[in-house]
Ligand binder design. Structure first.
Ligand code: ZN
Length: 344
């Protein structure tokens, strides 16, 4: 089958397109999915570059997101027939630990993500546990479902489950263009919140506005953006700050929060070690709430909102599978608004 293989860490040139990779057979409880579209996440770049302690089984296939059609069923799989359209929850869990049994699969003691801990979706076929699939309605494209999966479950779990957003709260989203942040803008609006977005360019901020942002602030605004947020909120600050940027912004995020505010984080695109002025944390009664991915019931909830048209996948660019390296370079360059999709 066609696939993108990684045999060592390094730049995008390390991604090899092959046409003769063996088609995987589904094990017990697994389904083989014929991939219609895969989507890129920044995670794919981290995995490609590597970090101390990461262990990939080479050759490794990158990619967490996919949607496609059911192609073969492993032993014991019920509820699916060959040809069904399906979207794929990218969180891999054991299904039996105390967290899995209480519906918290993203805290599983054997937690994994497709394309990081296991071979991923940049391929014509992938085998996955049947419990990870949900039925994909005919009016939703493979590209939309793939583009939405990881970022929407991550954003939903962070904002709604962990962050407990309530109507009329003010939400500041730091960063306008990433997949998770564009999902956060839509989810916070759907929850009835006032949404402010801080971004690096007028073009990206205009696109954030088109997605529903009520107010936009340039990151390089004179006097600093946290001060601009303070002025914008009548010196109150915001109820919730979504900061998935990390090192470059966390300090200002703490400043921009109102008394009793919550800081939500699912990642750190600018680096993991952040500066915290602890006086702000205790003095303003702040909560810092982290999470990663989301449990399967959050995946089902947020994907149904996509299927009903309440949320939309923002696709910025599409490439054929064989141009995965060019697609990753575009993601690294940061000049695409929304998701990058591989059509397979
Ligand atoms: Zn588990």
């Amino acid at each position: 089958m066609k696939a993108i293989l990684l045999t060592e860490h390094g730049p995008a040139e390390k991604l090899q397109f092959v046409t003769d990779h063996p088609v995987p057979d589904p094990g017990p409880g697994e389904v083989r999915l014929k991939v219609g579209a895969a989507a890129l996440n920044y995670l794919d770049i981290w995995v490609r570059n590597g970090w101390p302690g990461i262990k990939l089984h080479y050759p490794h296939i990158p990619g967490a997101d996919a949607a496609g059609t059911v192609d073969a069923l492993g032993d014991g799989v019920t509820g699916w027939v060959v040809g069904d359209r399906a979207a794929l929850d990218p969180t891999i869990s054991c299904g039996v630990c105390v967290f899995c049994r209480s519906g918290q699969e993203n805290r599983c003691i054997h937690f994994g993500i497709l394309g990081e801990h296991l071979s991923g979706t940049y391929a014509e076929y992938i085998t996955v546990p049947a419990r990870n699939l949900i039925m994909l309605p005919g009016h939703v494209s493979f590209a939309e479902a793939a583009a939405a999966s990881l970022v929407f479950v991550t954003a939903w779990h962070s904002l709604i489950t962990r962050g407990e957003l309530r109507p009329a709260e003010s939400v500041l989203i730091v960063g306008a263009s990433g997949g998770v942040n564009t999902a956060c803008i839509q989810i916070a609006k759907l929850a009835g919140c006032l949404v402010i977005v801080v971004g690096s360019s007028d073009e990206k901020l205009a696109q954030a506005k088109a997605l529903g942002a009520d107010a936009i602030v340039r990151r390089d605004v004179e006097g600093g953006w946290s001060r601009a947020i303070f002025q914008l909120t009548a010196k109150r600050g915001v109820d919730v700050v979504v900061d998935n940027v990390g090192a470059a912004t966390f300090k200002d995020s703490l400043r921009a929060a109102a008394r009793g505010g919550r800081i939500l984080t699912v990642g750190n695109t600018s680096g993991p070690v952040v500066e915290i002025d602890n006086r702000l944390v205790f003095g303003k009664h702040l909560s810092i709430l982290g999470s990663t991915m989301g449990p399967h019931h959050d995946y089902v909830t947020v994907m149904n909102l996509l299927f009903k048209g309440k949320l939309k996948a923002v696709i910025g660019a599409t490439y054929p599978l064989e141009q995965a390296a060019a697609a990753q370079r575009a993601l690294e360059a940061g000049d695409v608004f929304g998701k990058i999709v591989l059509e397979i």
